[in-house]
Design a protein around this ligand. Structure first.
Ligand code: NJP
Length: 231
């Protein structure tokens, strides 16, 4: 059987580019995000390029959404070769004292809690693959705190910790490996919201990041490693 990949946040940006790259390399790709019409458009692009994909719309903030996704995927496939945990929310950039509690909580739910539920739910299918791989998209502000990026940065620091622990826990007992990718400034909707005055042409395209992710999946990597994608 061919390889199966699953990309969260596949409706736009780095997730969309990654889904297209994986499909271009011959994987069947499960595309998830909230916006079902955007997912359909990505699916069509993949089909037009001769690849194959399935959409699975879901809101990672909803309880049980990941469990429903995992049961739908495992009813159709018996293994998962690549899990790309890319979806994330960027809360409003503001001082720690002004953080909106509701937005902070949403970011922690989507960026952190859903990451744990994804890892737990897909772990059996990743173990069933010959060399199951997890790639998580982080941000430099997780490891290197930056003023006004506290809510998002705290979520990414927690995200890094979860993925690193997962990598260590698998190192000796399974063939599953996890890597963290720090994409750096990338031309997406999230970047445009954070830096509204920036000329988008001055930052790298999502395709550059997607190519790096594809290379990691294809060539393998040292379990637990963190990669920074340069401009
Ligand atoms: O983000 P954006 P990027 N449930 O906002 C989905 C990191 N990063 O591509 O639900 C399910 O364009 C959303 O889909 P939808 C960043 O932290 C980036 O720039 O339909 N899905 C969309 O597909 C993130 O981890 C830069 O709205 C949900 C996707 O997530 C990754 O790279 C720099 C969801 C977000 O697309 C991709 O970012 C850096 C939910 N509740 C790190 N909420 C950069 N771009 O410069 C959101 O250091 N999504």
């Amino acid at each position: 059987a061919g390889q199966l990949g699953l990309v969260t946040g596949a409706s736009r940006g780095i997730g969309e580019a990654t889904a297209l790259a994986l499909a271009g390399a011959g994987m069947h790709v499960v595309l998830t995000a909230r916006d079902d019409r955007a997912l359909e458009a990505v699916e069509e692009k993949i089909h037009a390029a001769g690849g194959s994909a399935t959409i699975a719309p879901l809101d990672l903030a909803e309880p049980d959404s990941v469990a429903r996704l995992a049961s739908a995927v495992s009813s159709r496939w018996d293994k998962l070769d690549a899990l790309v945990i890319n979806a994330a929310l960027l809360p409003e950039l503001t001082s720690v004292t002004d953080i909106n509690g509701k937005q902070f909580s949403q970011a922690l739910t989507v960026n952190v809690l859903a990451t744990q539920t994804l890892l737990a739910a897909f772990h059996p299918m990743l173990k069933a693959a010959e060399a199951g791989k997890v790639i998580g998209l982080t941000s430099s502000v997780g490891a290197n705190p930056r003023a006004y990026w506290g809510a998002y940065g705290a979520s990414k620091a927690a995200f890094d910790t979860l993925l690193s622990c997962y990598a260590q826990e698998n190192a000796k007992v399974s063939r599953v490996a996890a890597a963290i990718v720090d994409p750096g400034a990338t031309r997406t909707a999230m970047r445009a919201r954070a830096f509204p005055g920036e000329d988008p042409n001055t930052v790298k395209t999502p395709e550059v990041v997607a190519e790096k992710i594809l290379t990691l999946l294809r060539d393998g990597f040292v379990n637990g490693i963190k990669f920074r994608v340069e401009a």
